[in-house]
Design a protein around this ligand. Structure first.
Ligand code: FES
Length: 95
């Protein structure tokens, strides 16, 4: 095993998981679209790959989806809608 420094200035994890069945999940709330929109903005703003927007499977807060977690800021956004992507982008996807 080799220990390394994290190669990104910031990582934004967007849950895109679909739990299936009756259980609420981020996938039910358009998590994949939220992920794609944030990733697109990161690229458009020239931040990729310094800032990594990554899909996450379940983050353990399914009924609160779409869940977005931002590191190293240690911020968790829940109930994120597509109409709120710009707010997150303006906070964390800046040069
Ligand atoms: S499905 Fe997103 S936190 Fe579980």
């Amino acid at each position: 095993m080799k220990q390394n420094d994290i190669p990104y200035e910031r990582q934004i994890f967007v849950c895109t998981n679909d739990c299936g069945g009756e259980k609420a999940s981020c996938g039910d709330q358009r998590g994949l679209d939220v992920f794609r929109a944030l990733r697109t903005l990161a690229k458009e703003r020239g931040l990729h790959p310094r800032v990594r927007v990554a899909q996450a499977t379940c983050l353990g807060q399914c009924s609160m989806g779409v869940n977005v977690m931002v590191f190293p800021d240690n911020i968790w956004y829940s109930h994120v809608g597509l109409d709120e992507i710009e707010i997150i982008a303006d906070r964390y996807l800046t040069a």
